[in-house]
Write a protein that binds this ligand. Structure first.
Ligand SMILES: *Cc1c(COP(=O)(O)O)cnc(C)c1O
Ligand SMILES: [Zn+2]
Length: 414
């Protein structure tokens, strides 16, 4: 890992070598989120847009030279990354903009964006020889870890809030994870998981604690820019719970700017559910990440329900430094966005993923977006993850007896 310079504490700027700090800054405990810093000159000598153009590996590992893993570490065999970026002209027309793309992360092996982070977690845990990996999760981070672990036979323990949607719980159990359901919120599950990891010496994948998770997630930014021929979009809409995805998106773009592969920083638009809008509030009121206090989070978009977003430092920096904005959307707006996105693009998103599109609708209604701008929306997870919520956003099918007259009657209603 000679391309990794050091890990830097985002509170006190202290620098640590990777073997000196496993997770957070020892001086700042759980708040002391670390950011991986790189030797870009060394990276430039190993990888470039030209070498990438020749590379047939279409997974996130095509960017391995930019990831904090040892060159000889074995990548898990599941195909993570390389998701499509669809041009969505009909949706763009509806919104009064010219250029819109949807990045479909529902196409990941466990059907959410979280696979990008969990793939890195599995490698880091194996580099350390960890016997067990653990994470707390609203569902998707767990499902991602479960899938990636299953692909290499790695034991894992997952902590979930009781409210997790059944499809996500099913994924964990099918993949053979040890599943611990906590009577409490995601934040409660997070705290308990952290305690257990310490007590039992498990490798801790938790978001906003493990510095390598946003590194895995940053690969989506590389893909977006490469898919747009290294012309960065003007805006990227990202739904935000803990803030790890948005922090990772920002990190990937900063890497590309430092390498000179793109020439501008897109405005990063963080979309939160109104019932779980701690980062929106902090941004609006100008509160610092380290001064934020927990709220009671409640939203239909379970994947973005977080009372005290674990990656709040990186999330606020993403929006502030890129001169983007936070937007909040109601549960009704989120549910309504599911069929809108699906019908206009063919991408079926779970509530948390559709929230990003709901945020774009809101931003365009508020005239925040110029017609000529190039806009990307991350669809972070598949709609099949939460059928019950999807069904709330659409009507019922028409049921008929087995005769054609009934079909004729039914067709009049459609
Ligand atoms: C986890 C998740 C998010 C939010 O990511 P954070 O890093 O928690 O902000 C958004 N959408 C989906 C589908 C997710 O699983
Ligand atoms: Zn520190």
């Amino acid at each position: 890992m000679d391309h990794v310079k050091f890990l830097k504490c985002l509170i006190c700027a202290a620098e640590y070598q990777p073997d000196e700090a496993d997770y957070v800054c020892p001086k700042h405990g759980e708040d002391g989120i670390l950011d991986v810093q790189y030797h870009y000159d060394l990276i430039s000598s190993r990888i470039s847009p030209a070498t990438l153009a020749e590379d047939r590996n279409n997974t996130m590992w095509r960017y391995k030279a930019l990831l904090p893993v040892k060159p000889h570490s074995l990548e898990p065999p599941l195909t993570v990354g390389g998701t499509p970026l669809y041009k969505a002209d009909r949706l763009a027309l509806d919104l009064g903009i010219k250029h819109l793309w949807i990045k479909d992360e529902g196409r990941e092996p466990s059907a959410s964006f979280k696979d990008r982070a969990s793939a890195v977690a599995v490698i880091k845990a194996q580099e350390q020889g960890a016997e067990i990996i653990t994470t707390a999760s609203t569902g998707n981070a767990g499902a991602a870890l479960a899938a990636l672990c299953a692909s290499v036979g790695q034991k894992n323990v997952i902590f979930l809030p009781e409210s997790a949607p059944p499809a996500k719980v099913a994924q964990l159990l099918v993949y053979g994870s040890s599943v611990i359901m906590v009577r409490g919120s995601y934040d409660d599950a997070f705290a308990l998981c952290a305690q257990a990891a310490k007590e039992f010496g498990w490798y801790n994948r938790n978001t906003g604690y493990n510095p390598y998770m946003s590194e895995g997630k940053k690969t989506a930014s590389y893909e977006i820019c490469e898919q747009l021929n290294w012309e960065a979009p003007d805006r990227i809409f990202v739904s935000v719970g803990d803030g790890c995805i948005i922090g990772g998106i920002h990190k990937g773009l900063r890497d590309l700017l430092a390498l000179g592969w793109i020439s501008k920083m897109p405005k990063i638009m963080g979309v939160q559910a109104a019932g779980s809008a701690a980062l929106y509030d902090a941004w609006e009121k100008g509160i610092k990440a380290i001064e934020m206090v927990p709220i009671m989070a409640h939203t239909v978009a379970d994947s973005i329900s977080a009372g005290l977003p674990a990656d709040r430092i990186k999330a606020l920096a993403a929006v502030r430094d890129s001169e983007g904005a936070f937007i909040k959307v109601s549960d009704e707006e989120i549910l309504a966005a599911i069929p809108k996105l699906a019908r206009g693009s063919g991408v079926f998103a779970e509530p948390a993923a559709a929230a990003a599109y709901a945020g774009l609708i809101k931003a365009s209604q508020a005239n925040l977006i110029h017609r000529e701008e190039k806009v990307v929306v991350l669809a972070t997870g598949s709609g099949l993850k939460d059928i019950a919520s999807a069904r709330k956003s659409v009507g019922e099918p028409i049921v008929v007896d087995r005769n054609l007259d009934e079909v004729k009657k039914a067709l009049k209603k459609i």
